[in-house]
Design a binder for this molecule. Structure first.
Ligand code: FE
Length: 214
């Protein structure tokens, strides 16, 4: 079986937010789709290990901010590679409150949703959520997972439904170009040498948090 074929399915890059009592929580999701138009309903897949999952179950509310190609990659670093359990992911991110849920300003729109059903898989919960509000439309290109992977050289966090273990063979470059991988978010830097002052464009870690891939 060639799992790479799955990369040809289309995914976006979204920030899913919810409430932990009065606290805003959130994480990155790439598996979201509209499944019916009346009532307008989306399916949202969130890993059991994401703290946001338990908060959605408790509050039965979630918001989806649709990231765009030029959204600050720092948003993915904050929401995709940290946990809301003990971190305020919103501290350095510009957001607005809509119907008591936080939505990301640097996005191409948001959906406010109410959970109407859910299904458990071995590692993810698939929430069925009715859209109760939506706004912020822009003509900017929404970020697709393919764009994130190819242009931003981003990777899936291990919690993502689309995560695949990268094979060693795939990692090894046949050319003289070397690769270093960010130990926090998996971003891959390619070049002859990793500059000592390099900062990960996704999660902001310094060069010391990169490891050589061989
Ligand atoms: Fe990183």
């Amino acid at each position: 079986m060639d799992k790479k074929v799955l990369r040809n399915l289309s995914y976006g890059v979204y920030v899913v937010t919810s409430k932990d009592d009065d606290r805003n929580v959130g994480c990155i999701a790439n598996s979201i789709m509209q499944v019916t138009s009346n009532p307008m309903t989306v399916a949202v897949s969130i890993n059991h290990d994401n703290y946001t999952n338990s908060c959605i179950k408790k509050s039965e509310k979630l918001a989806i901010s649709i990231l765009k190609e030029d959204s600050d990659a720092k948003i993915i670093g904050e929401f995709g590679f940290k946990t809301s359990r003990d971190t305020d992911k919103f501290e350095n991110i510009s957001y607005s409150m809509v119907d008591d849920l936080a939505v990301i300003d640097d996005s191409c729109g948001y959906l406010i949703c109410e959970v109407i059903d859910k299904m458990e898989t071995d590692i993810h919960t698939v929430f069925l959520a009715k859209i109760t509000n939506a706004d912020g439309y822009t003509t900017n290109n929404p970020m697709t997972y393919k764009y994130y992977h190819e242009k931003l050289k981003g990777t899936s966090p291990k919690n993502a439904p689309t995560y695949q273990e990268e094979s060693k063979a795939e990692d090894v470059s046949e050319k003289k170009v070397q690769r270093w991988r960010c130990k926090v978010c998996g971003y891959i830097y390619e070049g002859e040498e990793l500059p000592s002052d390099f900062i990960c464009p996704i999660c902001g870690q310094p060069a010391s948090e990169f490891e050589r891939m061989d």
